[in-house]
Write a protein that binds this ligand. Structure first.
Ligand code: ACO
Ligand code: AKG
Length: 395
């Protein structure tokens, strides 16, 4: 039975239910990972799985980038998915027109708002940046697009200017404003503060787009949700620019375990992770939360002995809940219960003496850096039992 332990400490924290939606940006920011390029078919398969999981918005691409990008977005927009299809655009007419060509529902129009971006990238004043954004927004609105009004590098932007920027967007008809932690500068405390300040300034929904330069993207995303951010941006396996983005699988499991958001089909997460790893060529770290090869692998004797009684003892949630599977590996940290269990699975019932003999050999091998998976264990057991029988016959 798939199950999980809820974070019961949440009972002590005053907080209403979260009103959130996911905008997955694997096909756009995820594809900006150096060296990654998905084919149209790969993008469509990823989009279909995201849709089946229940993701509400799929950022399918940045259409001005190339003809191939446009074709892929168009194809996804025509798949008839439940998810809304979003695209990225700079604050220029040409980019918005490219989005319009693709039949997308939403455009995320962005512009850098920090002093660094205004001075070195855009070479514009704050007022000129607002004007560019509003002009692009008005063009998109005239053609019926839903508009996300995004401040790139918001988290290194002067707060008063940021509020003015978003307010200008809201007044011009934006449907969402987006806080982008473009270089992962935030922590959960400052993210909560920023989201609550922006929510005082505008009444349209707030989005949050977190990068992982300090390994805090998921924590910052959940902190933003606690502060009332509506749209949470994610990528599968956390791929994306530099250290990547908030990982979809971690955000969805965080929403479930901490906040009781249980409407997503999390059982598809491992399959989707494997698919994105294959198509992107970016391998998932073994110890990656939720979808890593070791997420449900155990070697320690104390853990396995307890897990055999009740799997919640050493697993916060069942592997089945995310489409994963449990694995026991024998090594120097393993004990007799683990060994007897694995031997029983292979059809052997070991005596106490045989268990000690085999466990001793396992620990000897492990001291030489060799841990045993199922097949190797079967061979060791059969070899040890045969040797033992021979020595008994000789005696
Ligand atoms: C934070 C993010 O993830 S933002 C998205 C980043 N993603 C990408 O850059 C991937 C896709 N990019 C591309 O394919 C190309 O860079 C293109 C098609 C967008 C532009 O290509 P080029 O016209 O050759 O420009 P180039 O890449 O050299 O420079 C970027 C230009 O965009 C401008 N620009 C950057 N951001 C914005 C913006 N938000 N609004 C308006 N203009 C912008 C820059 O000022 C620069 O303009 P310039 O050519 O007049 O100096
Ligand atoms: O806020 C957004 O929607 C996108 C911004 C972005 O991709 C970034 O700043 O990294």
């Amino acid at each position: 039975m798939a199950g999980f332990s809820k974070n019961d400490w949440m009972k002590h924290v005053k907080m209403g239910p979260l009103d959130v939606e996911i905008c997955d940006v694997t096909l756009r920011d995820g594809e900006q990972t150096p060296g990654v390029s998905f084919t149209k078919e790969e993008k469509m398969e990823i989009a279909r799985t995201l849709d089946e999981i229940g993701v509400e918005v799929i950022e399918a691409g940045f259409p001005v980038v190339s003809q191939g990008e446009k074709d892929a977005v168009k194809a996804i927009a025509r798949m008839g998915l439940d998810a809304k299809i979003c695209c990225l655009a700079r604050a220029v007419k040409e980019d918005v027109d490219a989005v319009l060509d693709c039949d997308a529902d939403i455009v995320g129009i962005f512009m850098g708002t920090s002093e660094l971006h205004l001075k070195y990238k855009h070479k514009k004043t704050q007022e000129e940046a607002i004007d560019c954004m509003v002009t692009a927004l008005e063009h998109a609105k005239r053609h019926g697009l839903v508009v996300r009004f995004a401040a790139e590098d918001s988290t290194r932007t002067d707060l008063e200017f940021l509020k003015r920027f978003y307010k200008a967007g809201e007044e011009a008809g934006a449907d969402y404003v987006s806080i982008a932690d473009t270089v992962g500068a935030m922590n959960p405390t400052t993210m909560k503060y920023l989201v609550s300040e922006i929510r005082k300034a505008v009444s349209i929904p707030v989005c949050v787009h977190c990068h992982d330069d300090l390994g805090l993207a998921v924590a910052n995303t959940l902190a933003a949700a606690e502060a009332g951010a509506r749209q949470l941006h994610t990528t599968v396996n956390g791929i994306g620019e530099r250290a990547g983005n908030a990982a979809l699988e971690e955000v969805l499991m965080g929403l479930l375990i901490h906040y009781n958001v249980d409407r997503y089909d999390t059982t598809r997460l491992k399959g989707l992770s494997d698919m994105v790893a294959r198509y992107s060529g970016i391998a998932v770290a073994k110890n990656k939360a939720v979808v890593g090869a070791n997420a449900f692998a155990h070697e320690s004797g104390i853990h396995i002995a307890a897990l055999l009684e009740n799997d919640r003892t050493y697993e916060l949630y069942s592997p089945e809940l995310v489409g994963g599977s449990r694995e026991f590996i024998l090594g120097k940290h393993s004990g007799s219960k683990a060994l007897c269990y694995m031997a029983r699975q292979m059809g052997y019932t070991l005596s106490q003496a045989e268990t000690s003999l085999i466990l001793e050999e396992i620990k000897r091998l492990s001291d030489m850096k060799k841990s045993l998976r199922k097949e190797e264990l079967a061979e060791l057991i059969s070899r040890t039992l045969t040797d033992k029988k021979l020595s008994m016959t000789k005696a």
